[in-house]
Design a protein around this ligand. Structure first.
Ligand SMILES: [Mg+2]
Length: 244
């Protein structure tokens, strides 16, 4: 387990000792954290291109297209700026293409669970577990059911493109999950692979853990950095051991 730069002054055992006494819940992101999509941002970009092409909208530059996945509340505004006149219809079609492609890729084994996800069973014996994902419900449930991990979660918050106006990193999804779990933000850990997980989790006052997957570029220049950086989910057992 590696301590984030900004936490150099603190020793890792101190962080765990301070927090784990009160940790009651661990919240997870889904895609990129528990489920491996090959070339995840290329995957979304290709879907976006396919949808834009179907609606005969000129393709924006790649940098702009990739930025939309981190735009939070600007998602709808950005799409309309590109020329999308019927936002709901566009999103509906995007989600249809996404669902169909993921079903094929799960079937072929191209989309699969990371090996360390089996730690959920152990963690669930001690902590409430929640899921906060920006993936739409039908797609998130497809993955959760296909991989048999739904049973590990006490609460599922699936925001998706229809609820993109309140998607991570905005606080609504985190707070909805925490409220339904009856856990205060400072009693909860957010585990995710992207800036929206870390920035959003920090903003609501959670302990944040960045999972750095091997084929993902390192996150840089986060406005609010993670409390911890881990390279596999088994390292979360440290919260469990320290709380005993
Ligand atoms: Mg993710």
């Amino acid at each position: 387990m590696e301590i984030c730069q900004t936490y150099k002054k603190k020793e890792l055992p101190v962080i765990i000792m301070v927090h784990s006494k009160t940790v009651k819940a661990i919240l997870f992101d889904l895609d990129g954290t528990l489920v491996r999509l090959p070339r995840i941002w290329e995957f979304f970009d290709e879907l976006l291109i396919d949808t834009l092409n179907e609606f005969c909208i000129p393709l924006p530059q790649k940098d702009s297209r990739l930025a939309i996945w981190h735009s939070g509340g600007d998602f709808e505004h950005t799409l309309k700026g590109w020329g999308v006149s019927d936002y709901d219809e566009f999103i509906h079609r995007f989600d249809q293409l996404d669902l169909a492609r993921r079903a094929r890729m799960i079937e072929s084994g191209e989309i699969h669970l990371f090996d360390d996800v089996d730690v959920l069973g152990n963690l669930h014996k001690e902590f409430k577990l929640g899921l906060v994902t920006n993936t739409p419900p039908d797609i998130a449930l497809l993955e959760l059911d296909a991989f048999g991990i739904k049973e590990h979660f006490d609460e599922l918050v699936m925001l998706g493109t229809v609820e993109q106006h309140i998607a991570k990193p905005l606080p609504d999804g985190f707070l909805r999950c925490l409220n339904n779990l009856d856990v205060a933000p400072e009693q909860a850990v957010m585990v995710g692979d992207s800036s929206s997980d870390i920035i959003g989790g920090n903003r609501v006052g959670m302990i944040t853990v960045l999972i750095q997957r091997p084929d993902q570029p390192a996150l840089k220049n986060l406005e609010l950095p993670p409390d911890l950086i881990i390279t596999d989910l088994y390292e979360l057992n440290s919260f469990s051991r320290a709380s005993k």
